[in-house]
Design a binder for this molecule. Structure first.
Ligand code: ADP
Length: 227
């Protein structure tokens, strides 16, 4: 569950990127966040794993108020939140397997059998089990993004957030990636995806929140269609 109550964000240079934003995304709900470039989508997503802290207001993730999360507890918080970026941000000098294993190693899971089991389970879910030994340069854009999703889910997070995850993909692959997110949602993961592709997200029949100049315009509460 993701809850924002009157959240504002002013960057150190004085720019107010989020203004009094309130919304709630229920446990196991899937929602989209849309708006033009510069509207504040990335800023909003970055608050959830505490990459940025709000200047005002409160955020609660899975019933935990983020204001109370101490710096040393941030890694534990992030284990419960899978993050996917526009470019998959894979390490090109490591295999698919090693890229997906990274969050497990960071969170202290070093037992080879358990790492292998978890990595292969994640790769299986994104349909890339047979590519575990390949290096990212040999993968297509869609496959790289699938590896990025496998890496985001390998710790079995309760929340997945994605920032323009299909920004570099053609429409058919974009839809495949969205359907993959939907599969994770169907097994109980809360999903929030920022995308400016209204045609794509409008086809998904999920809640759409619209943001402009840092203000939430629509979708904070009820399910809406695309205007
Ligand atoms: P979006 O993801 O919708 O494109 P962003 O959240 O990246 O929007 O940016 C919202 C606004 O905040 C933009 O005007 C951007 O220039 C500004 N901004 C983003 N990050 C910073 C930062 N670290 N310092 C100052 N301004 C920033």
């Amino acid at each position: 569950m993701i809850q924002f109550s009157n959240v504002s964000k002013r960057y150190p240079n004085g720019y107010e990127a989020l203004k009094d934003v309130s919304f709630q995304i229920g446990k196991a709900e899937m929602a989209f966040l849309t708006g033009h470039s510069g509207a504040g989508k990335s800023t909003l997503l970055k608050m959830i794993p505490l990459i940025e802290r709000p200047s005002a207001g409160n955020i609660t993730i899975n019933d935990k108020p983020l204001a109370r999360v101490k710096r040393r507890k941030i890694p534990a918080l992030r284990r419960d939140i899978g993050i996917i970026f526009q470019d998959s941000k894979l390490l090109n000098d490591r295999s698919v397997f090693d890229n997906v294993a990274l969050p497990l190693l960071v969170s202290g899971e070093h037992h080879p059998r358990e790492v292998g089991r978890r990595v292969r389970a994640a790769l299986d879910k994104v349909g890339l089990l047979q590519r575990e030994n390949d290096f990212p340069v040999y993968l297509s854009g869609g496959e790289r993004q699938r590896v990025g999703i496998a890496r985001a889910v390998v710790n079995r997070p309760k929340v997945l957030i994605a920032d323009e995850p299909t920004g570099n993909l053609d429409p058919a692959l974009s839809r495949e990636i969205m359907l993959l997110f939907e599969q994770f949602n169907q097994v109980g993961v809360t999903v929030l995806i920022a995308s400016h592709d209204l045609e794509l997200i409008g086809s998904m029949d999920k809640r759409i929140m619209a943001i402009r100049n840092g203000r939430l315009l629509a979708g904070g509460g009820a399910h809406i269609g695309v205007a």
